[in-house]
Design a protein around this ligand. Structure first.
Ligand SMILES: [Fe+2]
Length: 265
């Protein structure tokens, strides 16, 4: 069984490059489950319900987010529009599971693929150099106690490479894949860990690479050179789609392969 995980879509350039490539990748690899991180899909800041719907229309099954999840306020209403047991699209957009209790939305989705394979997606966020998150290591232990599916994909949205690598080892043999997001630059360390968990520190963004992690280069340089605040805008140049293709045994959830994908125009 093949799973496609698409790295953080950044702005309109990211949405377009994913639109250009996702169908042919899914067809070529007979992909059964598509997960897309969308936390920067709306101009670099969060995601709107409309953009989420557009990405579902491209064939995504579950959308994940991260620290930018609350940037577009209308997403809270979208989250609250469906009950926890729903399988509707609004329930398939996740926010990190280890935020403060009682916030809108959910951090775990359990579903079944078209061919009948049960799966779960967990959206987890790091706490090294990040605010507002609870211990992800114990949080994911608690979440796993309640999941029956064997095929489990974790989006670990985190800043520090060390925390991400540690999470890979923490979950090795317990989930199908631990895939890092948030830092927007793909890392070349994709591998299957000894226990059968596919791992990559960061899948990389799907967005404009002539930029500073998605933002217009001159705006970021100005901030570094002057220390003055300024508005950030999404760049457009040199878009690439970054993704990880994970192959697993649907009966055990064990991964057998992970392939890094980076496609330009
Ligand atoms: Fe992020």
């Amino acid at each position: 069984m093949n799973i496609l995980f698409v790295g953080d879509i950044f702005g309109s350039a990211g949405r377009k490059i994913v639109r250009d490539h996702i169908a042919h990748i899914c067809e070529a690899h007979a992909v059964e489950l598509v997960i897309v991180n969308v936390e920067n899909a709306a101009g670099g800041f969060g995601v709107t319900p409309q953009i989420a719907e557009d990405i579902f229309d491209l064939g995504a099954d579950v959308l994940t987010t991260g620290n930018h999840v609350w940037d577009k306020r209308e997403l809270m209403e979208y989250f609250s529009s469906v009950p926890v047991e729903s399988q509707e699209r609004a329930r398939r957009v996740l926010r990190p599971v280890n935020l403060q209790p009682g916030l809108p939305g959910h951090g775990v989705f359990e579903g079944t693929t078209g061919s009948g394979v049960p799966y779960a997606v967990i959206n987890l966020m790091g706490r090294v150099f990040m605010n507002g998150t609870n211990d992800p290591f114990h949080a994911v232990n608690d979440v796993l106690k309640n999941i029956a599916a064997k095929v489990i994909v974790v989006d670990f949205h985190a800043e520090a490479t060390s925390e991400k690598v540690a999470m890979g080892w923490h979950l090795d043999g317990r989930v199908t894949a631990v895939l890092g997001t948030h830092t927007h630059i793909p890392t070349a360390d994709e591998r299957v860990l000894p226990g059968g968990t596919a791992y990559q520190t960061d899948v990389g963004m799907s967005g404009p690479y002539d930029s500073v992690i998605g933002v217009e280069t001159q705006l970021v340089l100005h901030r570094f050179l002057t220390g003055m605040p300024g508005k950030f805008e999404a760049a457009k140049g040199n878009p690439k789609m970054c993704a990880a293709l994970v192959t697993c045994d649907p009966s055990t959830g064990r991964a057998s392969a992970i392939q890094r994908i980076m496609l330009g125009e």
